[in-house]
Write a protein that binds this ligand. Structure first.
Ligand code: SF4
Length: 397
């Protein structure tokens, strides 16, 4: 049989530099950062500030706001001030669209990071019959992009702030589409063009994203980007997300399939789960993905069997009861098993086990050792007593 202790189960993250976003760092030397975006109008100072606070309280570590006009950019200054007045240190990111360079320059004074979409720097006017661009044309457009981008890059560089180069599959620039097609290659080239401009200005606080609404496209684009960066000696962190993932169960599964697959391969340093629901709903999904992969431990890990004909008590009810009593004991692993038919190893080396013994009785385990057999009615109370006796109990807040 395989010696499991010899199998390496650690996820090794792709080595990246650390990029500061206010008081938070994004990169492989830091835990994977959870972020989201408010959907309030940034002009609504009260509402937007409250939304940022709500997200922050739920564990959202970086909050993005949309900044469609100069007025919105100025409103962000007031939002930031409100947050400061209440001693709330939440790193903010501004999303700037459509050649909004004046907007970007204004908002760069107030936020910690600016997100731009290379696909929206559209200078070329393609003719319908066009199938490709000459190298000279490409270079001329690149020069125009550089001239436009330069003041923002210099402003962010001189303030020690950051930029996300956020490529979207659905909004590639025309000449990228003509040259590379609607492909992951086009997405990667789009990002590289902007990275090179930033590097030539000695600006390296960059985070890159390659979002798409189809998981296979998103996976291919991020993998290719990571590979190209490694080949080119670039160590920029990646921001992961599946755009337009939708809502409900499928939205969560789709996001998890995309984000989780990459994280498991060591790719990704910050994540956003985009749901067509209140942004507060995104945060627990992010933390669950990170917990399931063992990348962050922010809740109790429960190991529970699916129950079957051998189950000696109402597993769903008991699991619920155990969870309610112990969910604040972050750091512990607790197993709830209908019986011990396959041995304590099935509990995945949980710290404590609550296991069906005989009808009406359960056994409590510490690791692989059976500690005591008690009537089922006292099971949860005795489990708490055992945790207390081990000095691992804290009272819930
Ligand atoms: Fe059934 Fe026991 Fe396995 Fe649970 S642990 S699924 S009760 S055999």
């Amino acid at each position: 049989s395989t010696d499991l202790s010899a199998v390496d189960t650690m996820i090794r993250r792709r080595k990246t530099r650390s990029v500061p976003v206010g008081s938070i760092f994004i990169g492989s030397d830091h835990p994977v950062v959870v972020q989201s975006m408010i959907n309030e109008d940034t002009h609504d100072i009260e509402g937007a500030t409250a939304a940022i606070r709500r997200l922050h309280e739920l564990g959202c570590e970086i909050v993005r706001v949309t900044v469609p006009s100069l007025g919105h950019a100025k409103a962000v200054a007031q939002i930031k001030q409100r947050l400061r007045d209440t001693y709330l240190d939440v790193p903010l990111v501004a999303d700037v669209h459509h050649n909004g360079m004046k907007i970007a320059l204004e908002v760069a004074k107030h936020v910690d990071k600016v997100r731009i979409n290379p696909g929206l720097y559209v200078f070329e006017k393609p003719q319908e019959s066009r199938t490709d661009y000459s190298d000279q044309e490409f270079a001329a457009i690149a020069d125009q992009i550089r001239a436009t981008l330069e003041p923002l890059v210099i402003s962010l560089r001189d303030q020690g702030k950051s930029m996300r180069i956020g490529v979207n599959h659905g909004s590639l620039a025309e000449r990228m589409l003509f040259t590379y097609g609607d492909t992951p290659e086009g997405m990667v080239e789009s990002a590289l063009e902007f990275i090179r401009i930033c590097e030539s200005l000695d600006f390296h606080n960059l985070v890159i994203s390659m979002k798409a609404s189809r998981v296979p496209v998103m996976l291919a684009a991020y993998r290719l980007m990571a590979q190209r960066m490694d080949d080119l000696g670039m160590d920029y962190p990646l921001h992961l997300g599946v755009t337009e993932a939708g809502d409900g169960e499928y939205g969560r599964i789709k996001s998890t399939a995309g984000i989780g697959t990459l994280l498991a391969a060591g790719i990704g340093d910050t994540i956003r789960v985009s749901l067509t629901e209140a942004p507060e709903k995104e945060i627990p999904v992010c933390y669950s993905i990170l917990q399931a992969l063992g990348l962050r431990k922010t809740m109790v890990e429960y190991v529970a069997c699916p129950s079957c004909g051998r189950t000696l008590f109402n597993l769903e009810e008991v699991l619920h009861e155990v969870r309610e009593a112990t969910k604040h004991l972050v750091g512990l692993d607790i197993a709830v098993m209908g019986c011990i038919v396959n041995g304590p190893g099935e509990m995945a080396d949980a710290d404590y086990g609550y296991v069906g013994k005989t009808p009406g009785f359960i056994s409590l385990y510490r690791g692989r050792d059976e500690i005591k057999k008690v009537p089922e009615a006292q099971g949860v109370a005795e489990l708490i007593n055992l945790i207390k006796a081990d000095d691992r109990w804290v009272d819930p807040e």
